[in-house]
Design a binder for this molecule. Sequence first.
Ligand SMILES: C[S@@+](CC[C@H](N)C(=O)[O-])C[C@H]1O[C@@H](n2cnc3c(N)ncnc32)[C@H](O)[C@@H]1O
Ligand code: SF4
Ligand code: SF4
Length: 382
Amino acid sequence: MAAVQPPWMATLQNPAKRLKPKARFNWVVSDWIRKILGWKYEWQAKLTGRGYYCGALHGESEYNITINSDRTVSCNCQDYDGAGHMGDLRKNTFEEIYFGPVAQKLRDELARGKMPIPTCTRCGDLKRLPARDAQPPAIRLPHRGMLLENTVRCNVDCTGCARETAAGLRVDQQLQMSLADMEQMAELMRQLGMKQIFYLNLGEPFLSPTIGQELPLLRRKNPDCRIVTSTNGVLLNTDAKREAALNFSHIFFSVHGVTDAMSEKYMHRGSFTKAYAAMQAMAEYRNARGLAQPILEWKYLLFNWNDHPQHIARAIEMARAAKLDFISFWPTNNPFYGISWRWQLGRLKHVGVASWKGREVDLRAEGQRGTATHPFLAAPAI
Ligand SMILES: C[S@@+](CC[C@H](N)C(=O)[O-])C[C@H]1O[C@@H](n2cnc3c(N)ncnc32)[C@H](O)[C@@H]1O
Ligand code: SF4
Ligand code: SF4
């Protein structure tokens, strides 16, 4: 059984900053950008007569519709302020919520060229209709992928993550999904025929005290599903948790630097040393069992304090030494003052190969290198 997490580990040490992440300067700027983009998109719709639709609300999306730890349902994975809440699975079925009035209002406003919530302006699922008077595609239930949040708590505090604001919105302060609820969610995923489950949202999945039971039950009900998580790695620190983690198809480790000091600049109260040890131990644990899954990937967000070619070369060398499958380098604008200018100026094109993430280095053995990491990705179902 997984070790129970002592509650103090989830308690961050700077309550003023922790409880109001959206008051941070980077978030104030980000909210202004959304406002300006909102005006721009609505004016473009007025001038061209072309409205919008939402890929997530038409069943096309792989990564947006989210079941939160309190079983509320959000249209997107950045729902820090609850604007994207569409319903509550304690009161309605998923189908009732998805085809219900709140979701329909979002669809209708988009079709009229309006931005129903500010998040739409920077959301990958916002699509422009191809022509004046064009109709959005038919609405079908999500099946390509959804997010499932087992917990909204976290052991660290990242500058660009307003997780604490979202945590304050969870109904009845349900910051952690119970095992009984998780069983129902696993069953819902099975009924929807979900091809991918992203077991993450606004929290640290391995902080859950019941992670050791959650993952086998999710896998039992969804044997062929591509189940993916993302973790800061620090708490993936026991054999019991590593055993549970074998149920994943793919694990991303969010580790942004090659020293404790570098990592601390974005992820406060994290630990590069512990995260690196966790990646290494997970690879060893998996390999000792002769398994090729979960795929283990170091996810390195690029900032202007960790993007020197020497840092990147060191990270690749360390990823190889830890026997990971991939290391990928992701540009980000959040926080805006951390933007990697080397990335922006095209100075990192020598790193691995270009991918939708940014750049990635495939470290797998000859023969596996370049191949799809999961059958769904080899031939994604329409
Ligand atoms: C909110 S986190 C939750 C999962 C886990 N706690 C983690 O950090 O990996 C979800 C995803 O957001 C990513 N993320 C965090 N800060 C980001 C930023 N400033 N820009 C882009 N992605 C970011 C993380 O790497 C992670 O994959
Ligand atoms: S934020 Fe807007 S575009 Fe994104 S999923 Fe929600 S309704 Fe769709
Ligand atoms: S580790 Fe993940 S959930 Fe925790 S603060 Fe960072 S991005 Fe947010």
